[in-house]
Design a protein around this ligand. Structure first.
Ligand SMILES: Cc1ncc(COP(=O)(O)O)c(C=O)c1O
Length: 311
């Protein structure tokens, strides 16, 4: 499997107008299903699980989770059984109907993942020791990978996204969910580089959480482009993603990387970057998330993301 990827330069009239150089690190090309930050996050976690002689990986996620797909696929590839604890007990009532309507979960099952559906209130207990003991009683011994895959080993993996060739960039930008990826980037960025995270959700706790894991101060979160919250989209975002694909031939997902690139373009328009700034945006994968959003958009009769990407 490849572990270093190319940086693609984005050519666009707006970038010319503001004299900004923008590149995208194509972490999405690392693997078709364990793509982007998921590959980085699982690398040392699967190694640790092997070292501890664990046979099973157990993790948590929502019905369209990129992390569930990646863990199911990694388990299959590296010889682990996998168990996915999925938010939403209603999805387990008629499993064949759910799988017929949800490519994410259907793919996970095809990779051998055993799905277990729990209510939203139970899901909130996922970090509690008593809840985890209950899971051990039910499923036996396992290696626990947290929701979104973020823990210290995941952060260690994410420090490997940047390479010495990236030292020439002034600004590194990434999408933020749990904060693991940006923490890895902050730890590996050069002191003179500035790291900007674009949260995909309407949060207020992330800055504090990330600050606990790094003493570096050359970073910030730009909270202006989550567009109303996690998995919320606007017609403008969908048009941006479609236009970006048409002109750059790079597909973005509507939950993370679409909001990231849209946020970067809008920030440039706001004059937030000095002339000659060299920006590196990280494409963290997650393209399988498009199908779920397209299903929602279709129901609302709105414009879809144009793609022939299939999980
Ligand atoms: C495609 C994609 N990009 C970015 C992120 C954000 O990463 P993190 O949770 O480490 O902040 C996620 C979520 O995990 C993701 O699936």
């Amino acid at each position: 499997m490849i572990t270093t990827v190319k940086n693609d330069q984005i050519l666009h009239p707006l970038l010319e107008q503001y004299q900004i150089e923008l590149f995208i690190k194509r972490e999405d090309l690392l693997h078709p299903h364990i793509s982007g930050n998921k590959f980085r996050k699982l690398k040392y976690n699967t190694a640790k699980a092997k070292q501890q002689n664990k046979q099973t990986l157990l993790t948590f996620g929502g019905a369209y989770s990129n992390h569930i797909v990646a863990t199911a696929c990694a388990g299959n590839l590296y010889g682990f059984k996998t168990i996915g604890i999925i938010r939403g007990e209603e999805l387990g009532v008629d499993l064949s109907k759910t799988l017929a309507q949800n490519n994410t979960l259907a793919f996970a099952v095809k990779q051998g993942m055993q799905l277990h559906f729990i209510s939203r209130s139970e899901y909130k207990l996922k970090e509690k020791a008593t809840f985890i003991t209950g899971l051990q009683k039910r499923f036996g011994d396992f290696y626990l990978v947290p929701e979104g895959g973020t823990n210290e080993l995941a952060i260690q993996g994410c420090t490997e996204i940047l390479t010495p060739n990236d030292h020439s960039f002034d600004v590194i930008c990434c999408a933020v969910g749990t904060g693991g990826t940006i923490t890895g980037l902050i730890r590996s960025a050069q002191p003179e580089q500035h790291v900007i995270g674009f949260p995909a959700l309407k949060e207020t706790y992330l800055h504090k959480e990330i600050s606990k894991k790094t003493t570096q101060t050359n970073w910030e979160l730009n909270r202006n482009y989550h567009l109303g919250g996690y998995a919320k989209t606007t017609p403008e975002l969908i048009s941006f993603i479609n236009e970006f694909y048409k002109t750059q031939k790079i597909l973005l997902d509507p939950i993370y990387t679409g909001k990231l690139l849209h946020g970067i373009f809008e920030s440039i328009k706001q004059g937030n970057f000095r002339k000659k700034t060299r920006i590196l945006a990280i494409h963290t994968g997650g393209l399988q998330g498009i199908a779920g959003i397209n299903t929602k958009l279709k129901k609302k009769g709105q414009k879809l993301i144009t793609t022939n990407y299939e999980i």
